[in-house]
Design a protein around this ligand. Sequence first.
Ligand code: NAD
Ligand code: WQD
Length: 340
Amino acid sequence: PDTISHDPTRILVTGGAGYIGSHCCVELINEGYQPVILDDFSNAQPGVVDSIETITGKRPPVIAADIRDRAAIATALSDQRIGAVMHFAALKAVGESVRLPLAYYDVNVSGTLALLGAMQQHGLKTIVFSSSATVYGIPDSLPVREDAPRMATNPYGRSKIIAEDFLTDLFAAEPDWQIAVLRYFNPVGAHQSGLIGEDPSGIPNNLMPFVAQVASGKQPCLSIFGDDYPTRDGTGVRDFIHVVDLAKGHVAAIRHLETAPGLMTLNLGTGTGYSVLELIEAFIAASGREVPYRIEPRRQGDVAEIYADPSLAGTRIGWQATRTLEDMCRDTWNWQSRKP
Ligand code: NAD
Ligand code: WQD
């Protein structure tokens, strides 16, 4: 490889203008790192970079490029003297992945391959990868540990399993790589400033942004997809995790990799499941608004209940989530209610 001079504090954040990536940029800056954003802005607004600057006082450089463009990535790695990569850039809507499987494999699989190829070309070997609890499919025991079997139920999930396998095979061949595969449960919430958060285009697919839009009057009514699951109140149970806790988990992972080569796969969740109805109650309390809902049939592909065993992240990287469901709802509402 054509080795460049790496600065370990300079982190390429692919998808860094997106929901989770933008929060990671803030936490990286808070911890003395220098994020460099690479994003094609297909699901992000350029104004996010201004908000990161307002929050932190530092403006990350931005490279507008496609994650499948290996040459552009290679140039970014050397020009920016990148020391490590956090790879968020991906397509992430489960339903859309069923309709557009090739687009999902192209961005999520070929994009990851292009990135790893560019890294290898420059002898850069440190990466944190965004995986998902979706790789567990229908879990056969709870809480879910990292050694549970993986099973994809849709092309999005399969794209994450394939990318995880790329990393496993690469590490087997080149054991001096430093790789963290982080499996997120259900990221929600926003930065406490209310300046960055999740901004889905069109009708939200996920529960929390939909609830927030109903509370603000942007959507008239929430559909609850099923109240006949074998859970405590019949609605689905999920491990909602505050996006700032998630971002702090990434910084803990990068820090750990600096001194400990290896491949680690970690759940990032709180370990506690809340039901759809419990989240709605908490949101009503946090916002002081009403959230009208009606019960609809189950959504295809949903599991009744899933929550993490997050203890491995505690022992391996010294991370655990600290923010409560109340914090998640308050910060989501603060973000939602500041929007024009
Ligand atoms: P997001 O859509 O907000 O962020 C993804 C970013 O990548 C966006 O800024 C988008 O513009 C960019 N992007 C998309 N395609 C690109 C391409 N071809 N080239 C360059 N940039 C591109 O999504 P997010 O919620 O922040 O998710 C970040 C990562 O976390 C994704 O890999 C996602 O699969 C994973 N993840 C998300 C969740 C979740 O519920 N949000 C859960 C588990 C895992
Ligand atoms: C949560 C609960 C729904 C919307 C998805 C992806 C997963 C990961 C996180 C990326 C379920 C119910 C939802 C609504 C509802 N993303 N619900 N009405 O499905 O757990 O996870 O996002 O990796 O891969 O699958 O999250 O927020 O869509 O649903 O009743 O309008 O809320 O049925 O029980 P999910 P979600």
